[in-house]
Design a protein around this ligand. Structure first.
Ligand code: NAP
Length: 292
């Protein structure tokens, strides 16, 4: 990160639209590198660097917020109708700016079900879920916007404050076993650092409009849960078979188990040379454990 600090500077002004889990981590990190970063949320908070943006209520930022903006990162999912909240409300504002770069956080759900096979950016997305069709449409709209956009497809995001540890503590954990089922995941710090790495090396790396950010080791949910119980010094309760458990799952929870894929990070980590901070769930969860 030392190399990065000397390259990004106060000349860069970032707008981070949607200051939730990933957006707030990105904002915090980019500020440490000397950049200005303003963030949005749907309600007022006390943070002087935060402004209100709520597409559903028609609340848009004042013009001054956009003054001197060089970079945008959108961390906002499609709205209930499937429209992109940022493009729906702010496209013209964004197009009037001299933007160097726009990042859009998307999901690997657009790939659909590969029955456990690896999937990469060159594979044609085959979304199954309605929400993933909507997401793919939003990706297309970003690409067609003419803005200098780069799309990051993300699997399950976790990090300190949002991981299996919270589910165990809140007694919301479901230990489900489904043969051959794997999930990919990514630590929130790697989303931020990978994006900053790409920005820093923009001039020397080939530009790719769509990039997966995932760790090296997709694996079953049980392996992850068992590892958390081990770190907590507790014994993991007996898993329930998926066929039994699914009766109690919400439709959205069930839908996650209907897709089985391994998300490749070869473009990011081999071709573009990004080195993951947390290469697998063990390294990432240890960080969560120590920071909880
Ligand atoms: N969570 C995952 O495991 C996962 C996996 C893959 C991809 N993704 C996608 O990656 C992106 C970032 O994920 P995240 O988990 O960091 O997000 P998050 O914590 O849920 O934050 C989402 C942000 O979007 C804002 N927002 C939502 N609807 C909005 C609207 N209509 N108008 C204005 N702002 C709106 C929220 O505002 P408030 O702060 O006011 O709530 C929040 O700041 C999202 O697009 C998400 O769908 C997430």
């Amino acid at each position: 990160m030392k190399k990065l600090a000397s390259l990004l500077s106060s000349k860069n002004k970032f707008l981070i639209l949607g200051c939730g889990f990933s957006g707030s981590f990105f904002a915090k990190t980019i500020r440490k590198l000397g950049c200005t970063a303003l963030t949005s949320s749907r309600s007022n908070n006390k943070d002087p660097n935060n402004f209100v943006f709520d597409s559903e209520k028609g609340i848009v930022p004042n013009k001054e917020i956009f003054d001197g903006v060089t970079h945008i990162l959108s961390c906002i999912p499609p709205d209930k109708k499937g429209n992109d909240p940022v493009l729906g409300s702010l496209k013209n504002n964004l197009k009037s700016l001299a933007l160097e770069w726009v990042g859009y956080l998307s999901t690997t759900g657009v790939y659909g079900n590969t029955k456990g096979d690896w999937v990469s950016e060159i594979d044609t997305p085959k979304p199954i879920q309605t929400r993933s069709h909507k997401r793919l449409n939003c990706e297309k709209e970003w690409i067609e916007s003419g803005l200098p956009v780069q799309i990051f497809r993300l699997p399950g995001i976790y990090g300190p404050g949002r991981s299996t540890f919270e589910a165990i503590k809140n007694q919301k954990i479901r230990i489900i076993s489904k043969k051959d089922q794997v999930f990919s995941r990514i630590h929130v710090a790697d989303i931020t650092n990978a994006i900053i790495y790409l920005l820093q090396n923009k001039d020397s790396l080939n530009f790719h409009q769509i990039i997966n950010i995932a760790d090296d080791e997709p694996c079953s949910q049980i392996e992850v849960i068992e590892y958390c119980y081990d770190l907590l010094g507790l014994k993991m309760p007996k898993p329930i078979l998926f066929e039994e458990a699914k009766k109690q799952l919400s439709p959205i929870a069930q839908s996650f188990w209907m897709e089985n894929r391994r998300v490749s990070n070869k473009l990011l980590c081999e071709s573009l040379g990004y080195e993951l901070i947390y290469k697998n769930y063990k390294q990432g969860l240890k960080n969560c454990f120590l920071n909880n």
